[in-house]
Design a protein around this ligand. Structure first.
Ligand code: G6P
Length: 630
């Protein structure tokens, strides 16, 4: 994964000090990883490197302490793949003489034979990373021309890379190259830049060159020249980007996650805005299919990772209900390796908040190579996925900073629902009256979400209880396990609730389709494992109540998420002595939209339990917001 930023400016330019730009950039790139960070600059024509384990702050402190300043350099924030997070494994890496420095995002799959070869040639490699071989290969090929040396070095790499090289023999330029990891060049006045994404550079320029796979570039103060890996010059357009520098802050909240949870009435409304009228007619900008495409459609695949995968599972139910076309949902990391049956009669829908997830991007490429069209549901407008897909439907959740996805998830559900409606209207499958009811339910959602947020007292009590201490327990906490159960559309929400609680509070939270409990999983149910049961799907309510009775019979404490008008559930669930209320209420809506409302209390449960257990909720251990390696 990892985030990269580099800068070449002239002392006379009005661009601030390169070190300041790069440190600020690393903060903004931390969504790509935050286990260590480093910077290499040229100071008096010598490379100076500072690297620190941990987030950007310790690096920034050290940089300030030594008074590092320069107008040319490269910097990196890491998410460890090969080698633990440590000072030595942080980038930039240096060649043996300390004359060349390199940062890398991606994975070098053949690093072991390369490492062995380099060691036999007398190179000393200091880290445990795959990335370090790159700078030594550049050193091996260097005969006075850095660009040529990088070009020759990358011919020997198998895997993915976005990389930037800096050499003290070439104090006015950086060499960059890209294969399967994003890299963009920012063209400023008096300086040029390279980075993993566009937003990080928007304070300095609005002019960008987007590098494609197989391209490399020499970036100097006064120009950029792009070539391919064979050395042929490539002519590139400079794109003028009109977005604002959307730098986001916590806006008075203690954490981005809570801010983003509370933004959902707005993000849901924004995702619907201008796309749905009160008769239920849906218009989706930029989504026009060629004649006959929808009527010939035989199968839809929905691919995604993490939280977006749970949105995909919800999409499967909705599309099959509304369209009666077979839908398959796949984890993007599995999809491309399982030889899926794809042709021009199948549509692949890819869902991603970031639009940069490596496995999802690879699935899109695989589908397109096999003749299928791809529609992406993406939050980040500038992302690789938006450019790669045949059609893009943007969720309008706004910038999501917390690693755990919340508002993007509910926006993805809205986008999927609008899309399913659009398809079924096109196919003439839904009658006008039903459409009006659906539109009414959709439009009621923002206020309903707000009412859940405004009435969160039972959730807060539950979270205090879930995070209660127990000094007799090794972990120091009373509960270390928690189970989520649901049926139908409650199953993906149970999975999402469990994922959220796991990643934010480190409780071992697991979800089961409630009907599967009896097939082994019930063996784990004990009085020490609370069960959170979802009851929003009336079609399977009776069966769900039976499953709840089964866990009650095993003395598990049960908490239910149920509609406000579900009086009966209170009679089913035995009280828990030290928990005032164990029923979390949500307003009634139609079954297809219930997952949106049920998501909200589960997000709050994860957030407040994490807070009560003293966890770093915005940047949990070992995670990254954007997973850019496979
Ligand atoms: C990471 C993030 C998750 C996210 C997943 C997929 O694991 O921590 O929050 O759901 O990647 O990311 P995407 O950007 O493709 O939605």
């Amino acid at each position: 994964m990892c985030g990269i930023i580099g800068c070449v400016s002239s002392l006379q330019s009005n661009i601030p000090d390169g070190v300041e730009i790069m440190l600020g950039g690393l903060e903004r790139l931390s969504y790509r990883g935050y286990d260590s960070a480093g910077i290499a600059v040229l100071e008096e024509n010598r490379i100076k490197v500072i690297k620190r384990k941990g987030k950007v702050a310790p690096l920034a402190e050290e940089v300030k302490r030594v008074g590092l300043q320069s107008c040319i350099g490269i910097a990196h924030t890491r998410w460890a793949t090969h080698g633990e997070p440590s000072d030595k494994n942080a980038h930039p890496h240096l060649d043996c003489k300390g004359h060349i420095a390199c940062v890398h995002n991606g994975i070098i799959e053949n690093y072991l034979p390369l490492r062995r070869h380099l060691q036999q040639q007398g190179h000393t490699l200091l880290s445990d990373t795959d990335s370090e071989v790159i700078v030594h290969l550049v050193e091996e090929h260097y005969t006075g021309n850095l660009e040529e040396a990088v070009r020759e070095a990358i011919q020997r790499l198998i895997g993915s890379f976005a990389l930037v090289a800096l050499s003290q023999h070439h104090p006015h330029s950086l060499i960059v190259a890209r294969k399967d990891c994003p890299l963009i060049i920012g063209c400023g006045q008096g300086g040029n830049f390279v980075a993993s994404d566009i937003p990080v550079l928007l304070s300095y320029t609005k002019k960008f060159i987007i590098l494609e796979n197989g391209e490399m570039a020499k970036i100097s103060v006064d120009g950029v020249s792009v070539s391919n890996f064979s050395g042929d010059k490539v002519s590139k357009d400079i794109q003028q980007i009109e977005w604002e520098n959307g730098k986001v802050d916590k806006g008075g909240y203690s954490h981005f996650m809570l801010k983003e949870i509370e933004e959902q009435p707005k993000s849901i409304l924004d995702t619907m805005r201008g796309r749905l009228n009160s008769d239920g007619l849906v218009k989706l900008e930029g989504i026009e299919f060629p004649a006959g495409f929808l009527s010939n459609l035989q199968r839809i695949y929905i691919v995604a990772c993490g939280t977006a995968y749970h949105a995909a599972m919800i999409g499967e139910h909705i599309f099959e209900d509304l369209l009666r076309i077979p839908v398959e949902v796949d984890l993007a990391s599995e999809f491309r390796y399982r030889n899926p049956i794809l042709d021009k009669r199948s549509l692949v829908i890819a869902i991603s908040q970031s639009g940069e997830t490596a496995d999802t991007l690879a699935s899109i490429a695989e589908a397109q190579a096999r003749g299928s069209r791809v529609l992406a549901i993406v939050n980040v407008v500038s992302s690789t996925m938006s450019r790669q897909a045949d059609w893009t439907l943007h969720t309008r959740a706004g910038a999501e900073v917390a690693v755990a996805s919340t508002k993007a998830f509910t926006a993805q559900q809205i986008a999927l629902f609008l899309l399913a409606l659009r398809f079924s209207q096109h196919a003439g499958r839904i009658a006008g009256g039903i459409m009006e009811d659906i539109a009414h339910s959709l439009m009621a959602l923002p206020a309903q979400v707000q009412s859940i947020l405004d009435n969160s007292k039972p959730v807060l009590e539950l979270c205090r209880w879930l995070a209660s201490k127990d000094t007799g327990n090794n972990s120091g906490f009373r509960f270390n396990d928690c189970f989520f159960i649901g049926r139908g559309l409650d199953d993906p929400i149970a999975r999402e609730g469990a994922l959220k609680l796991r990643e934010i509070s480190y409780i071992n939270a697991v979800a089961y389709a409630a009907g599967e409990l009896k097939h082994g999983n019930i063996a784990l149910i004990t009085p020490e494992s609370p069960v959170i049961a979802l009851l929003t799907q009336d079609r399977v309510r009776g069966k769900m109540v039976s499953n709840i009775m089964e866990v009650i019979a095993r003395q598990a404490p049960v908490i239910a998420v149920a509609y406000e008008d579900d009086g009966q559930i209170a009679e089913v669930i035995p009280p828990i002595a030290d928990l005032p209320s164990q029923i979390i209420r949500i307003p009634r809506t139609i079954a297809w939209l219930a997952p949106i409302l049920a998501s909200i209390p589960l997000q709050l449960i994860a957030y407040y339990t994490g807070i009560n257990r003293g966890c770093d909720v915005d940047q949990p251990r070992n995670l990254a917001k954007s997973v850019t390696v496979e």
